[in-house]
Ligand binder design. Structure first.
Ligand SMILES: NC(=O)c1ccc[n+]([C@@H]2O[C@H](COP(=O)([O-])OP(=O)(O)OC[C@H]3O[C@@H](n4cnc5c(N)ncnc54)[C@H](O)[C@@H]3O)[C@@H](O)[C@H]2O)c1
Length: 435
C-alpha cells in the first residue's frame, strides 16, 4: 500500500520505517527541513536501537522516502497517518494546533479518496474535529473524499522498533467497514490481536492505558515510602505482588518517578478531558502529586546526607528519562539536577547517549567522558537512569576514585549487601539504607 506518515519524530519515523519494512511504499513528511535533510542523507535525528538500519535499508530499496511537502505526501499515498506532536498547554489540555495545521493541508491537497488516520495521542472526539476541518478545507471543484480512523501507537522509546513489529495489540477505531479493511491489510503481516472499535473508544484506550501505567508506577512509589519507614524491601514487595497474574510484574519498579514525552502529558490531558466531560479524575491528580513528590523525596535524601551542597562534587550516572534512548523530555534528572545546582552543587554527569541533547537543556553542569570520571573525587554519586552499562560498572574502582564512597541509587540498580561489603554508604528507594 502507498502510505504517507506526517510528522517524522519518534513515532512517525518508526512507523514509516516499519511499514516500509513490511513491504509498503512509504513517504514520511515533516515540517522540520533540517530533520528531513538528515534523513535524506542516511542518518536519523535521534537515537533509537535498530532504527537506523531499517531506515537505510528501506530507503535503498526505494520503499521509504522523505519530504517537507505534505501535498507531495498526500498525492503519493492512499492512507495518511498523522503522527505530529500533541504537547501540553499550561492548562494541561493537549495542544492540537499541529494536528489542525496538518489536517488543513491534507484537505487542501486532496485529489481523490484517502483514509486519514490519527496515530498521535489525541483527546477523545478529535476524530470529529478532524472530519469537520477536512470538510471545511476540501477543494470544492475536485472529487476529493475521505474517511477518518484512529490507530493509537503504544511503542516505547528504546524498544520502539520491536514494539511496533511485535505489539501486544493493534487498536483500530473506525466509522465504516472499508477503513477497518484497509487498516487490517496494512498490518496483515504483524501477528497481534486487532481490537476494532469506534473512533472515540480508540482515542480513550490510549489515554486510559498511559494513565493506568503511570498510576501503577505512582502506586509502587507510594508503597516504597512505607518500606523506607519500616525497614522493608520494595523489591521483594514488588516481586510478591507481581507474581499475581491480576497485577503482573511490569511497571512495579519504585524509583525517582516517571518522565518522558508521554506519561506526564497524557495524564494531564486525560485529567482535562475528564473535567471537561464532568467526570471526576481526581485519582490521576494524586498520581501526578506522588510522582512530583518522589523527585523531591530523592533530593531530600541527598541533602539530608550531604548537609551543605555548596561546592560539593556530585557525580550523576544517567540523564535520559529511561535507558536506551537519548530523549530528555521531562526526564526526572532535569528537576533533580537543577535543584542540586540551586544549592551550589558541582555536577559532573555522564549518559551513554543523551549527553548531546542534555547539553542543550542543562547548560551549567559538566559532562564526563565515562562513568568513572563522574566518580573521581566526588562527594556522592547519583544513579538516575538504569542503563545496562551502569549495572556492570566496576564498583571497586568507583569506590577508589570517590572522595566519599556514597551512592544514591534512584533506580535500585545495585545490591545493598554487596555495596556495604565494598565499603559504600548506599541509599536506594524503598530499601534500608547501608551506612
Ligand atoms: N514518543 C513516544 O514514545 C510515543 C509513543 C506513543 C505515542 N506517542 C504520541 O505520538 C505523537 C508524536 O510523538 P513523538 O514522540 O513522535 O513526537 P516528536 O516531537 O518526536 O515528533 C513530532 C514530529 O512532528 C513534526 N511536526 C510538527 N508539526 C508539524 C507540521 N505542522 N507538519 C509536519 N510535521 C510537523 C515535528 O517536526 C516532529 O518531527 C504524540 O501525540 C505522542 O503523544 C508518542
Amino acid at each position: 500500500m502507498n502510505i504517507a506518515v506526517i510528522g517524522s519524530g519518534h513515532v512517525g519515523l518508526v512507523t514509516g520505517a516499519c511499514f516500509a519494512d513490511l513491504g509498503h511504499k512509504v513517504i514520511c513528511a515533516d515540517s522540520d527541513a533540517k530533520k528531513i535533510q538528515t534523513l535524506k542523507s542516511g542518518k536519523i535525528p535521534f537515537f533509537e536501537p535498530g532504527l537506523l538500519d531499517l531506515v537505510v535499508k528501506n530507503a535503498a530499496k526505494k520503499r521509504l522516502s522523505f519530504t517537507t511537502s505534505i501535498a507531495t505526501a498526500v498525492k503519493r499515498s492512499e492512507v495518511i497517518f498523522i503522527s505530529v506532536g500533541t504537547p501540553t498547554k499550561e492548562s494541561g489540555e493537549a495542544d492540537l494546533s499541529s494536528v489542525e495545521s496538518v489536517v488543513t493541508q491534507i484537505a487542501r491537497s486532496l485529489t481523490g479518496y484517502r483514509l486519514v488516520v490519527e496515530k498521535s495521542t489525541v483527546p477523545v472526539e478529535t476524530g470529529n474535529w478532524i472530519k469537520r476541518t477536512m470538510q471545511i478545507n476540501l477543494p470544492k471543484s475536485r472529487k476529493a473524499d475521505f474517511d477518518v480512523a484512529s490507530n493509537p501507537e503504544f511503542l516505547r522509546e528504546g524498544a520502539a522498533v520491536q514494539d511496533f513489529m511485535k505489539p501486544d495489540r493493534i487498536v483500530v477505531g473506525v466509522e465504516i467497514k472499508l477503513s477497518e479493511k484497509i487498516l487490517s491489510s496494512i498490518y496483515e503481516s504483524i501477528d497481534a490481536p486487532i481490537v476494532v472499535t469506534d473512533v472515540n473508544s480508540a482515542e480513550i484506550i490510549k489515554h486510559a492505558s498511559n494513565s493506568f501505567l503511570s498510576a501503577k508506577i505512582s502506586f509502587i512509589n507510594m508503597v516504597s515510602r512505607l518500606c523506607e519507614r519500616v525497614g522493608a524491601d520494595i523489591l521483594k514487595v514488588s516481586e510478591g505482588m507481581g507474581y499475581d497474574r491480576r497485577i503482573g510484574p511490569s511497571f512495579l519498579s519504585a524509583g525517582i518517578g516517571f518522565g518522558g514525552f508521554c506519561f506526564p502529558k497524557d495524564l494531564a490531558a486525560f485529567i482535562h478531558i475528564g473535567e471537561k466531560a464532568g467526570a471526576d479524575f481526581g485519582m490521576l491528580k494524586e498520581v501526578i502529586n506522588i510522582n512530583e513528590g518522589q523527585k523531591k523525596h530523592f533530593i531530600r535524601l541527598v541533602k539530608d546526607t550531604l548537609w551543605n551542597l555548596n561546592g560539593k562534587k556530585i557525580g550523576v550516572l544517567g540523564l535520559s528519562f529511561k535507558p536506551d534512548t537519548d530523549d530528555m523530555r521531562f526526564a526526572p534528572a532535569i528537576d533533580i539536577i537543577r535543584s542540586l545546582r540551586n544549592d551550589g552543587a558541582d555536577i559532573h554527569a555522564f549518559d551513554p547517549e543523551a549527553m548531546p541533547v542534555a547539553k542543550t537543556v542543562l547548560r551549567d553542569i559538566r559532562f564526563a567522558r565515562n562513568p568513572y570520571e563522574t566518580a573521581r573525587s566526588a562527594d556522592a554519586l547519583l544513579c538516575l537512569t538504569e542503563w545496562k552499562e551502569f549495572r556492570e560498572i566496576d564498583l571497586a574502582r568507583v569506590k577508589r576514585l570517590m572522595k566519599r564512597p556514597l551512592i544514591f541509587d534512584g533506580r535500585n540498580m545495585y545490591d545493598p549487601k554487596a555495596l556495604g561489603e565494598l565499603g559504600f554508604e548506599y541509599v536506594s528507594i524503598g530499601r534500608p539504607a547501608v551506612r
